[in-house]
Structures are given as structure tokens and as C-alpha cells.
Design a protein around this ligand. Structure first.
Ligand code: AMP
Length: 282
């Protein structure tokens, strides 16, 4: 497994492969790797000749300084995990390597996708995501890039980014990897107490409850039921619950059989923010 810190080293390594039409799979991450990340890498290694992971905690996508500072950083452990799977290249650039002199985001128009859910509660988040993913794609030039369904809004935004630019990469959606109790794996879970981790099963349970009720109860009753699951329980504060159209990500008030919908949840356990989503009718 090769580990590169600079674009120059990476380009030099890829020079020989690019001319041979090598399929390059890419998994961008912010590190603190868990089985969810590894499942993306495993998928990539099955579908490509070379698999590249990047580990870069992107400062411009954090809207809170404390969240950036407290984001878990476990590089040594990450590299050990990657050594044991079929990952060929790891790119671990510094902030200067990616942003050179100015650490700031570009402005993107994602046709309104950026204004829903995460975009509402984390101002500027998707400009930061768009900026770093575009830069990483331009450096790695992947054939396929793998993103988790857990961050579905991010996935749709990346698809939109690719559509609106000349980037020649296919975006692949990967299933959410979960703990036994249904909690979606996340680097942020490392900051939960064991009691919070156990109780966080309520997130996936609520999403599944919503799926069960779809078509049996009116949408506003389902919405009310979902909110009730988070009332009177001390460990989690619900930030949003939404049933949204998968294409537009807009909250819906009625369901058409021709479209696909998802339920989305964001909660806080103290200052740790968790998100999850499931498909409702696809
Ligand atoms: P992150 O390091 O949190 O930026 O995540 C890097 C990639 O891994 C993103 O495409 C995430 O959607 C994906 N990912 C994170 N958690 C999971 C999970 N539990 N299952 C599958 N993919 C995930």
C-alpha cells in the first residue's frame, strides 16, 4: 500500500497507469475509519484495478470550530486498517496541500439541494463539501467514486456537482453499514458513551417505524409519531425529521406512487451530531 502526502507524488505514481486505461476507484474520507468506510473500499477494490482512499479532515465543511477541533483523528490506526484490506493507495494531504494559501470554499449552485436539511442547519457545509470533492477528483481523476447512502444528501450533491462540471467520474452509492442495534456507523460514534450508543438504536427504529406506517397513516400523523419518539427521552435532541422526495430532497406533504421518498433524521447526543436515512418505497 502506497501512502502519499502530495499531489506531485500521487501524479508521478499514476503516470504509468493513466495511459493504460486503468480503472481507478476512489473513496474520499475524513478518517477515523470504521467498517462502513471499509465496505466502500472493498466494493471499490472489486470493481477497479486500483483503489485509492483519501483521509482529509476538510476544514471548510465544518460550520462550528469546536466540531472541527473535536473531529476524531486516528491516522495510525486508519493506516493499519487500510493495510489489511485491498486498498492500494492512501492520499493524506495537509490542509496547505489542498487549499494552498486561502482556506475557503467556492460557491456552488446545486439546484436547491444545498438548501434542504443539512444545508439549513449547517450553513456553508455543502460549499465546503463541493470544494474539497472537486479538488480531490481533479487530483485523483477516478473512474468511479464511492459514497455512503447514510449521507444521502451529500451523495445527491456530488452527483449534481459531476453533472454540472466536466468531471468524468461515475458516482456509486453504497449501503449504510450498521451496528448490531441498527445505529449507522459513523466516526462521530466514537464520541458517544456506551449508554448513548445503545440508546441511539431509536434513530433507525424510528426510520423503520415510519416506513411501516407509510400508506397506512396520513403523512402528518406519521410525522407526529416520529417526533413523539424523541420527546420525553433524555439522551437525544431531535434537530430535524423529514420525509422528502429523493430527487429534490424537499419535504413532502403527500406521496405519489411514481416517485421515491426517504425519511431523514438528525439528532444531537449532547454536542455529538448524528444523521441517518432510509428509503421508504424503493
Ligand atoms: P466521512 O469520513 O464521514 O466523510 O465518510 C466518508 C464516506 O464514507 C462517505 O461517503 C460516507 O457517506 C461513507 N460512510 C460513512 N459512514 C458510513 C456507513 N456507516 N456505511 C457506509 N458508508 C458510510
Amino acid at each position: 500500500m502506497k501512502v502519499f502526502k502530495t499531489k506531485k507524488e500521487l501524479n508521478l505514481y499514476f503516470k504509468e497507469f493513466r495511459s493504460k486505461n486503468t480503472k481507478i476507484g476512489f473513496v474520499p474520507t475524513m478518517g477515523a475509519l470504521h467498517k462502513g468506510h471499509l465496505s466502500l473500499l472493498e466494493k471499490s477494490s472489486k470493481e477497479n484495478d486500483i483503489t485509492v482512499a483519501s483521509i482529509f479532515v476538510n476544514p471548510t465543511q465544518f460550520n462550528k470550530k469546536e466540531d472541527l477541533e473535536n473531529y476524531p483523528r486516528t491516522l495510525e490506526n486508519d493506516l493499519n486498517l487500510l493495510k489489511n484490506i485491498a486498498c492500494d493507495v492512501v492520499f493524506i494531504p495537509s490542509v496547505e496541500e489542498i487549499y494552498t494559501t486561502t482556506i475557503s470554499s467556492g460557491q456552488f449552485d446545486f439546484d436547491g439541494l444545498e438548501n434542504e436539511m443539512e444545508g439549513k442547519y449547517r450553513k456553508g457545509h455543502f460549499n465546503g463539501v463541493g470544494t474539497v470533492v472537486k479538488k480531490l477528483f481533479e487530483i485523483v481523476l477516478p473512474t468511479y467514486a464511492y459514497f455512503g447512502e447514510k449521507d444521502f444528501q451529500q451523495l445527491q450533491i456530488i452527483r449534481k456537482l459531476v453533472k454540472k462540471t466536466t468531471l468524468d467520474v461515475t458516482i456509486v452509492c453504497c449501503d449504510t453499514y450498521r451496528e448490531n442495534n441498527g445505529l449507522a456507523m459513523s466516526s462521530r460514534n466514537a464520541r458517544l458513551t456506551s449508554q448513548e450508543k445503545e440508546a441511539a438504536a431509536i434513530i433507525y427504529q424510528t426510520l423503520n417505524g415510519v416506513k411501516d406506517k407509510l400508506g397506512k397513516l396520513p403523512l402528518d400523523a406519521i410525522h407526529k409519531w416520529a417526533l413523539e419518539q424523541f420527546e420525553n427521552q433524555p439522551l437525544f435532541e431531535l434537530e430535524y425529521f423529514t420525509i422528502a422526495d429523493e430527487e429534490t430532497l424537499k419535504n413532502v406533504t403527500n406521496i405519489s406512487p411514481k416517485k421515491t421518498y426517504r425519511a431523514f433524521i438528525a439528532v444531537y447526543a449532547r454536542e455529538v451530531r448524528l444523521i441517518d436515512t432510509i428509503s421508504l418505497n424503493s
